[in-house]
Design a protein around this ligand. Structure first.
Ligand SMILES: Cc1cc2nc3c(=O)[nH]c(=O)nc-3n(C[C@H](O)[C@H](O)[C@H](O)COP(=O)(O)OP(=O)(O)OC[C@H]3O[C@@H](n4cnc5c(N)ncnc54)[C@H](O)[C@@H]3O)c2cc1C
Length: 376
């Protein structure tokens, strides 16, 4: 084991990549390295199981990873705060309370939540997940057939609409669900047979689909599209696109045209040698898709490279697979497989496989926490 002069590694966000970083340092600590996790939430919701929770197939505890316990497993200090500013030249991070922290290495994995155009009470972004989970609970118990819009025509928006339809299917007056996307078609990243399968599933679940509709405003009780139409929507759930975090604007880090942190194939910032990034907020040279599965894969390389960077060793590359397998759930304990091929295998058996993979993922981290006696 290499010994290191005392250095501080700051992890910002307990996202899908950083859980693996914490696991790796817990399994093989690096003497002399102080690890600090800056994260406002005690638990991370695993994105792969979120639609399953919405559909009513999982309890909340089954889809959460205990970040405090995992930080303790890694020997890391948890600071319950959000990063609010960064000076990458001075290697200082500012927290939302105004406190600043110096670092030797910084790793960013705080996501890039979509942002509705107006912060209206009925417009809810899918992240942070707290307001979304509360809205889904409220919808499941409502008695009126209220209009509910979901904005976002990617796999996340489609899964969410199908899961919500399933959750509310036995209500005497289920919500009237409508899915909006500005693209001319749904799921443009997926092969035609997969798209056809999911469009049929949406129709069967009673979800109205509006393609080519850009939602530009969400005034109370409605949404407004770019062509000036005002459509009734008592709740608007915003699952469209990822927005680069505004707090990185003055950081000095090199960012792409949309504001995402530019990294090399090693996940190291292309402008600052001490900074690394993974997950939705990183912009990789290979253009890896923004998905939980990408962040999870990056976690292993990020963990190795943070260690190697501290030790002054050569860094490894993150090469995303050309066609990653996506198992997209349809709410009714079925799933369809999408892997860039002109086929769409689907059914209950694929949901069973997805369920097994997802449960194993959560257990991989929570199991470590339990093995060390659980949270304080
Ligand atoms: C409904 C839905 C279903 C989806 N299903 C899938 C799926 O099945 N498979 C898939 O691959 N992808 C899926 N996705 C996409 C997936 O959720 C994201 O790509 C993934 O969560 C990105 O992970 P991340 O690690 O970058 O960030 P996140 O998972 O968003 O984690 C970020 C963490 O950082 C913390 N944080 C935020 N801001 C700060 C700050 N300023 N300072 C400190 N900490 C901060 C947050 O509290 C959070 O814990 C889905 C998305 C949605 C909306």
């Amino acid at each position: 084991m290499t010994t290191t002069a005392r250095k501080r590694l700051l992890l910002v966000g307990g996202g899908h990549a950083h859980v693996e970083v914490l696991r790796a340092f817990g399994q093989r600590p690096l003497p002399g390295l102080e690890i600090v996790l800056v994260e406002p939430q005690a638990r991370m919701i695993y994105s792969g199981m979120l639609p399953g929770w919405i559909a009513g197939h999982y309890r909340r505890t089954e889809i959460e990873i205990d970040l405090i316990g995992l930080a303790r497993y890694a020997g890391a200090r948890w600071i319950r705060a959000a990063a609010a500013g960064l000076d990458a030249d001075a290697a200082r991070l500012t927290l939302d309370g105004g406190r600043t922290l110096a670092y030797d290495r910084l790793s960013l994995n705080s996501g890039a939540p979509p942002r509705p155009p107006a912060a209206a009470p009925h417009a809810i972004a899918v992240k942070p997940t707290g307001p979304l989970l509360a809205a889904v609970d409220a919808l499941a118990h409502e008695t009126r057939a209220a209009p509910v819009a979901i904005v976002g025509g990617g796999a996340g928006g489609v899964e969410l609409a199908l899961a919500l339809a399933h959750r509310c299917r036995n209500r005497p007056a289920p919500p009237r669900l409508a899915l909006f996307t500005r693209s001319p078609a749904l799921l443009t990243d997926h092969p035609q047979p997969v798209r056809r399968y999911l469009i049929r599933a949406l129709a069967a679940a009673g979800v109205a689909v509006h393609t080519g509709q850009t939602v530009v405003d969400t005034p109370p009780g409605a949404l407004v599209t770019a062509d000036g139409r005002r459509i009734a929507a008592e709740r608007v759930i915003w699952a469209a696109g990822a927005e680069a975090p505004a707090w990185l604007a003055g950081s000095g880090l090199r960012r792409d045209d949309d504001g995402f942190v530019q990294v090399a194939a090693t996940l190291r910032s292309s402008s600052h040698e001490t900074v690394f990034a993974g997950g939705d907020l990183a912009s990789t040279p290979a253009g890896a898709p923004r998905a939980g599965v990408t962040a999870v894969r990056q976690g292993r390389v990020l963990a190795a490279n943070l260690r190697r960077s501290v030790q002054g060793r050569r860094l490894r590359r993150f090469d995303p697979p050309r066609h990653a397998l996506a198992l997209i759930s349809t709410g009714d304990r079925r799933a369809v497989a999408s892997r860039g091929l002109p086929i769409a295998p689907a059914g209950y058996w694929l949901w069973r496989i997805k369920d097994r993979i997802d449960r194993r993922f959560v257990a991989r981290y929570n199991g470590l926490v339990e093995s060390r006696g659980g949270p304080e």
